[in-house]
Ligand binder design. Structure first.
Ligand code: ATP
Ligand code: AMP
Ligand code: MG
Length: 194
């Protein structure tokens, strides 16, 4: 069951948490899956360029540099060896100092060549709470209004991607305390691909 699945969502919605559960659920059900975090790959590439910076500070760098590293990361990910499905933990957009910037512009999308885009969503109130409570990261804000606006932007960007790549979008809801259910919903979608 090869192929690439983009799993995207706004900061703090719970992507990485849910995908950790997905790894466990897939192992229990003997479904081969490989999960890659796009931000980790970019952070390693920044390091190799002599810029060892926190993952939450990459988006403050110049767009031209972020774009080069972003494309390089997509190429690295596209060369992942193995025959299992590849799940990419990433963002439909990044809030940079120059504006809202696509996480998967055309060249990145072409390199990743996804079969489907899965958007993880949650209620804006839940996202705001999760952002505010997570002291392990430097996320931008904990306001409900900002979360609401981010959720909208994520859908706008996902629709542009779906048109460019000709692939479907599925939305899964990551309810409070229900990360395992969300992971199970994602595994169902992955297994039902043609
Ligand atoms: P980023 O894009 O910034 O990496 P993310 O989408 O990967 O964010 P996580 O780091 O997985 O988000 O989760 C953000 C916070 O929300 C964490 O503190 C995590 O424990 C919490 N969280 C994630 N999912 C749930 C859930 N279903 N119920 C309650 N808390 C959750
Ligand atoms: P994350 O841990 O998923 O929040 O990723 C950390 C950081 O990596 C993000 O804040 C972005 O700066 C960067 N990042 C992740 N995915 C992408 C992407 N598709 N395009 C550009 N930057 C990305
Ligand atoms: Mg994450």
């Amino acid at each position: 069951m090869p192929g690439t699945i983009i799993v995207a969502g706004i900061p703090g919605v719970g992507k990485t948490t849910v995908l950790q559960e997905l790894e466990a659920v897939a192992r229990e059900k003997n479904v081969p899956l490989k999960i890659i975090n796009f931000g980790n790959v970019m952070n390693e590439l920044f390091k190799k360029r002599g810029k060892a910076i926190h993952r939450d500070h990459m988006r403050r760098e110049e767009i031209s540099l972020q774009a080069r590293v972003q494309q390089q990361a997509a190429r690295v990910i596209s060369k992942t060896p193995g025959n299992s499905a590849l799940v990419v933990d990433t963002h439909m957009f990044v809030k940079t100092t120059e504006g809202i910037w696509p996480g998967t512009p055309r060249k990145v999308l072409e390199a990743l060549d996804p079969e489907i885009i899965i958007l993880i969503e949650a209620e804006p109130e839940e996202v705001a709470r999760r952002r505010a409570a997570d002291s392990t990261r430097y996320r931008d804000t904990g306001s409900v209004e900002e979360a609401k606006s981010d959720l909208q932007w994520s859908r706008y960007m996902a629709s542009a991607n779906a048109v460019l790549a000709g692939v479907p979008i599925q939305i899964v809801h990551n309810r409070d305390g229900q990360q395992r259910q969300t992971a199970t919903d994602i595994l169902d979608i992955i297994q039902k691909r043609n």
